[in-house]
Design a protein around this ligand. Structure first.
Ligand code: FEO
Length: 394
């Protein structure tokens, strides 16, 4: 298998996973993914930047055929899709030392039983001379675990940011040429993996911008030879600016909650508010998460099941609470049977989000005229709160 040159002496040695459909048994991968690794050769030393998912260790070794020696294995992130093949690489290259942040060193011992004497912690800003080439390590926790770092190849101005700027996209394109498709995948990736940490991401964007990278080579998806493309997109996504848009996850068992949903869609649309409904029984989680990147409002719509909100609504609310999108307002619509029970407790569904909770619209059984009018009032309230927001899109 070929290595693919991104600059003389800098080669992609990763694996494309065309078949994978789920990540973490949760995140849909409609377009597969890739596990990028890079071989960087200086005059004296050779470094491998990340390994690959352990299922693709054979692919990595085929790409490394003819490589006599690896002095350093830079582990930007201890998650197994990048680190899982590290024990195999260490067995094959007994001279190699693994470089990681201090927390990365700890995680690699805990997760993969990497022996302590093969690990070396690097400090923020520390450099590694390879001979004519210098790697600078920059600690950037929370992209996407607390131990993460990125590295910058100073002479060539290549940034290796691991998960940051990644996209789950299996492609034969080494470079981000189909920019619309790459940005679409990158936005879904951002929403599910990184949206929870916008403050640090904004800080990192500035730090990275100051380096003036010529290439950004993430660990998933294609390489950016026009870094402004992804830097500007991240600036937008992490900027916290919300648009005139409502995301509406809903589930209906016998059609009553669906009537409330239908009325809200019509009523919001009539007031010039964009709305994106997501039916929860067939949810495409990646599209749902991507929609949250710039939505001003989320409204859950779910009936009662045995005294609580439908479990699908509870499930998606737990995810929203973990993703921490920049939504400002949250509401609830729902129909109940014999008891209102616990439904409509929006604030309790989103304990970690700072949102203004709108009054829920709840009805017993089939919505009556008064219930539909209450939905209209909710739509009017949302339109009023959205006044002045930019249209959805981007
Ligand atoms: Fe691609 Fe957080 O691992």
């Amino acid at each position: 298998m070929n290595r693919r040159e991104i600059r003389p002496g800098i080669e992609w040695v990763g694996a494309v996973d065309w078949q994978r459909q789920l990540f973490d048994e949760l995140i849909p991968l409609p377009r597969g993914t890739s596990y990028n690794a890079y071989l960087v050769r200086g005059r004296e030393k050779t470094a491998l930047l990340d390994a690959v998912d352990p299922a693709f260790r054979a692919v990595l070794f085929q790409r490394l055929e003819g490589v006599e020696r690896i002095d350093y294995l830079v582990a930007h992130h201890a998650e197994q899709d990048h680190s899982g093949a590290i024990p195999d690489v260490l067995a094959r290259f007994p001279e190699a030392k693994v470089l990681a942040t201090p927390k990365g060193v700890q995680f690699l011992q805990e997760l993969l039983a990497v022996p302590a004497d093969r690990l070396q912690a690097v400090q923020d800003g520390e450099t590694l001379a390879l001979g004519g080439r210098t790697l600078r390590f920059l600690h950037m926790p929370w992209v996407h675990w607390p131990e993460t770092m990125v590295s910058f190849l100073e002479e060539d101005k290549v940034l290796f940011p691991c998960d940051l700027f990644g996209s789950h996209l299996a492609t034969s394109d080494l470079w981000a040429r189909d920019e619309a498709a790459v940005l679409d995948a990158a936005r879904m990736y951002y929403a599910q993996i990184l949206m929870h940490a916008p403050v640090v991401i904004r800080k990192y964007i500035e730090r990275i911008q100051a380096l003036g990278p010529a290439l950004i080579a993430p660990s998933h998806g294609p390489v950016y030879d026009r870094p402004a493309l992804i830097l500007e997109a991240y600036r937008r996504w992490a900027g916290g600016v919300v648009a005139n848009k409502v995301v509406l996850p809903y589930v209906s068992m016998h059609g009553s909650t669906a009537l409330l949903v239908q009325r809200l869609i019509e009523s919001l649309t009539a007031r010039g508010v964009s709305v994106q409904p997501f039916e929860l029984a067939h949810l495409r989680l990646d599209q749902f998460a991507a929609a949250l990147v710039d939505a001003a409002t989320i409204v859950f719509a779910a009936p009662a099941v045995l005294g609580g909100a439908h479990p699908l609504a509870a499930f998606v609310a737990a995810l929203v609470d973990a993703y921490k999108p920049p939504v400002k307002y949250a509401g609830y619509l729902g129909s109940y049977g014999w008891s209102r029970g616990q439904i409509g407790k929006t604030a309790e569904m989103l304990p970690h989000l700072k949102v203004e909770v709108l009054d829920p619209v709840l009805c017993a059984g089939l919505p009556r005229v008064a219930d539909l009018e209450a939905v209209d009032r909710l739509a009017a309230q949302i339109a009023e709160k959205h006044a002045g927001l930019a249209p959805a899109g981007g």
